[in-house]
Ligand binder design. Structure first.
Ligand code: ZN
Length: 227
C-alpha cells in the first residue's frame, strides 16, 4: 500500500456507554486528535471571522447553526489537518451533515472514515451512570478514569464536575431515549453505507478499547505503522 492512511472516527454511544472514556484512550494511546464542531465554532466567534459572525447570529437566537456553516468549518479543519488521526465529537449530528461529510472527505483520499457504535444495554447504562461524574456546565458525562487529580471538564472547562445525585432511573431512561431518537437515522445511514462497526460496550474500558482499536486497524488494512 502506498502512502499513509489517516483514520477519522465518528464514535456513537448513549450517554454512559463509554464514549468519553474511549475518546480519551484513543487520544492517549493512538494520538487521536479531538475534533469538536462546538469548539471550532466558538473559536471562530472569538476570532470575529465572517463565519464566526454568521454562526453567532444563529447561536445568539438559540438556533442550530445551519449545516452549510458547520460544513465550512469542518472543511477548513480538514484542509489544515490533513495528516491527523481524528475523533469527531458531536459531528455529524444529522443525515444531512453525514452526506456533506461524505462529499467533503472525497477531497482527502488519504482519510479512512469509520463510524463506530459502542453498544450497551439500557440496564447496564443505568448501572454505570450511577457512578458517573457530570459537568454542570455542559452536561457531559464522564467516568472517574477521565480525571487524574483535577475535576475540570475537557469540553467546556467548567470545574463543576460532580457525581450526579439526582440521576433517577427516569432521567437516565429519558436521556437514553433521546439519544436513540436522535441517532437512529444516522446509524441507519452508516449501516446502509456499509461503514458502521458495532462494538459491544460491556466489560472494562481497556477491553472495549482493544475492540475499537482492532476495528481501526482493520479499516487501515493492518498497514498502520508499516509502510
Ligand atoms: Zn462541561
Amino acid at each position: 500500500m502506498s502512502g499513509n492512511l489517516y483514520p477519522v472516527v465518528a464514535l456513537f454511544g448513549a450517554p454512559g456507554a463509554g464514549k468519553g472514556t474511549q475518546s480519551a484512550l484513543l487520544a492517549e494511546k493512538l494520538k487521536f486528535k479531538h475534533f469538536s464542531v462546538g469548539d471550532l465554532l466558538r473559536a471562530e466567534v472569538t476570532k470575529g471571522s465572517s463565519i464566526g459572525d454568521l454562526a453567532s447570529s444563529y447561536m445568539n437566537q438559540g438556533k442550530f447553526v445551519p449545516d452549510y456553516v458547520v460544513n465550512d468549518v469542518v472543511k477548513a479543519y480538514f484542509l489544515e489537518n490533513k495528516e491527523d488521526r481524528v475523533i469527531l465529537d458531536g459531528f455529524p449530528r444529522t443525515v444531512g451533515q453525514a452526506k456533506e461529510l461524505r462529499t467533503l472527505l472525497k477531497l482527502f483520499p488519504q482519510i479512512r472514515f469509520l463510524a463506530i457504535q459502542i453498544d450497551l444495554s439500557p440496564s447496564e447504562i443505568k448501572e454505570r451512570i450511577k457512578s458517573r461524574f457530570m459537568c454542570a456546565g455542559c452536561q457531559s458525562i464522564y467516568s472517574k478514569d477521565n480525571f487524574k487529580s483535577q475535576f475540570v471538564c475537557p469540553k467546556c472547562s467548567s470545574s463543576e464536575v460532580t457525581t450526579r445525585k439526582d440521576d433517577t432511573e427516569e432521567v437516565v431512561q429519558t436521556r437514553i431515549d433521546e439519544y436513540q431518537t436522535n441517532v437512529s437515522d444516522l446509524l441507519d445511514f452508516y449501516k446502509s453505507e456499509g461503514i458502521l462497526s458495532v462494538v459491544e460496550g460491556s466489560g472494562s474500558a481497556e477491553s472495549v478499547y482493544k475492540k475499537i482499536s482492532s476495528v481501526i486497524d482493520g479499516a487501515l488494512g493492518f498497514s498502520s505503522g508499516r509502510s
